[in-house]
Design a protein around this ligand. Sequence first.
Ligand code: SAM
Length: 338
Amino acid sequence: MCDAKKKSVKEFYGNLKTEDFSESLNETLQACNRPKNALPKKVREALKNVHDEVQNRYFGCGLCIPPALEGATVLDLGCGAGRDAFAISQLVCESGKVIGVDMTQELLKIGESFKEWHRQKAGQKVSNVEFKHGFIEKLDELGFSDNSVDVMISNCVICLTAVKEDVFREVARVLKPGGEIYFSDCYGNKPVSKEAQESDKLWGEGAGAMVWSELGQICEKLGLSVPYMQNASPYKFGDNVQELLGDRKFAAVTWRIIKKPQNCEKNNNGSWLATYNGGMEEICTFQLAQNIKFPKSKPILINSEIFAELQSSRYAKFFSFEKIEEIMPQQLNPFEFT
Ligand SMILES: C[S@@+](CC[C@H](N)C(=O)[O-])C[C@H]1O[C@@H](n2cnc3c(N)ncnc32)[C@H](O)[C@@H]1O
């Protein structure tokens, strides 16, 4: 069953162009890709500098380009023809690199054939993009060692895989502590019927999506942070397949998940004030999650779990932290006050 699904996903995407999507799916994807907040100029420019032929094979369902990427090693899980990989290659600069992994040779070949074009466009001496053919559940077979990658991204891929936990196990292994996966994917509000799961076409469009709450359970099991939601848009399948899905609702969601540092549980007490000092591109308010935001220069109260995650991440250098003594009910010794 898994191999049959992989084969049908490869066939589905191998010869597809964006214009081949049905009207309703195309509308959905356009809506998902419309950023809710203004994009930093650098990101807008980087996306504009991607070749049309690559852009034409972009099948993502969200914007998964986090800030502060300079110098980072970024792994794109299911990179396709490389739209995000080529955009990010400009943001990591020459001191960083991007590795795209995908199982569909046809798409990788397109990416490979435009590598030189993007190197020249970015004025780089040597290309900092590499494509690898393989499965995102088996990064070990591609030579990725433990704790070796700063950032992972993934755009509309994990919903196509058979066993989601296998993907996140590799994420948890390969990310450095404090590293993050920043990714967009499709989620359901309840499981799809067996009949819908067996439709290759539906699966290829994303019906293998997890129920959203399962993601948090997997993260907890694997020592990853809570999935911090960035944004969500309604996701509608092609008209011809919507029927099979009944009353189930779907959303394209962008999440940030941080690999917790090793001592995170041990030091799990107390509260902290975290102040974002600015300096991250043009970002005036750093958004850890939709509901956890850090406006520049404003101390925000956080618990020790978020503190450990932020402090071990590449965002730490943009923050200052102050420990807050917990106020416990206790009888005070009056002689300490006289
Ligand atoms: C919807 S497309 C998105 C491609 C790319 N991220 C983009 O935004 O254009 C899904 C991609 O995931 C790849 N894919 C699906 N399952 C995979 C797996 N288990 N291992 C590697 N690649 C996979 C497919 O080959 C396809 O290129």
